[in-house]
Design a protein around this ligand. Structure first.
Ligand code: PGA
Length: 261
């Protein structure tokens, strides 16, 4: 059974002091403990504050929201995997649709980042997902296949097991419009079938695939009950500690119900 993984993608929200405030409340809630891996991705500038606030709470892991693929050099404004590694960052979100659409990241650039992350023992959370136009044009499977093949080129089976995928339909991000659990399951099962082709069925079975796009406390449990959904990547609803903790609990509850079904 795959342990669900829920990650907070704060995007460009929360200063270092706001990060401390959030974590002060969140660690109290999370003391209860749930069978779910919890990851928080603050902006780079708030990672140090988050890391300090979590020294006694190593069950909560940190992620960066992006990184460069080189370890140092003339790349003004960029942050390298070497720098993240020193901050004890365990995960990095790569290929988010906002990075693709607003900052022009291609599958090739994202792939270089995925490979660099593995080199530094940082687990990538690789995001894939289609726009509404692509879905309506019947191109869902083609888009997912291209993004997976491109983003995962050269990734070994061992590295794949240490890669998290996030299926994020672009039309569901920040729109309040969640994919139905059936739509999510269909896409997740398809992604797993692509992995089985690229690797082997056992590797495909072990990879965790998060759903992302307007996840809230109220829709997480049903999503997490789907056979191929292993937690979530959460934007807006992760900015408040109570709501994010409810999502973590719901993901654990859904996974437990699924396991006993
Ligand atoms: P949302 O964002 O939960 O606000 O829709 C998800 C994401 O972009 O990762």
């Amino acid at each position: 059974m795959r342990n669900p993984i829920v990650a907070a993608n704060w995007k460009m929200h929360k200063t270092p002091s706001e990060t401390e405030d959030f974590l002060r409340g969140f660690v109290v809630l999370a003391k209860a403990g749930e069978p779910v891996d919890i990851v928080i991705a603050p902006p780079y500038i708030s990672l140090a504050a988050a890391s300090a606030a979590l020294t006694q709470h190593d069950s909560i892991k940190l992620a960066a929201q992006n990184m460069h693929y080189e370890q140092s050099g003339a790349f003004t404004g960029e942050i390298s995997p070497l720098m993240l590694r020193e901050m004890l960052i365990h995960y990095v979100i790569l290929g988010h649709s906002e990075r693709r659409a607003i900052f022009g990241e291609t599958d090739e650039i994202i792939n270089r980042k995925v490979l660099a992350a593995h080199q530094f023992n940082i687990k990538p959370i690789l995001c894939v997902g289609e726009t509404l136009e692509e879905r309506d044009a019947g191109r869902l499977e083609e888009v997912l296949t291209t993004q997976l093949k491109g983003g995962l080129a050269g990734v070994s089976a061992d590295q794949m097991i240490n890669t998290v995928l996030a299926y994020e339909p672009v039309w569901a991000i920040g729109t309040g419009r969640t994919a139905s659990s059936a739509q999510a399951q269909e896409a997740h099962a398809f992604i797993r079938s692509v992995l089985a082709n690229l690797y082997d069925p056992e590797t495909a079975r072990r990879v965790r695939i998060q759903y992302g796009g307007s996840v809230k406390p109220g829709n997480m449990e049903e999503l997490a009950m789907q056979p191929d959904v292993d937690g979530a990547l959460v934007g807006g609803a992760s900015l408040e500690s109570g709501s994010f903790w409810e999502i973590c609990r719901a993901a654990a509850a859904g996974a437990t119900r699924k396991a006993s079904a």
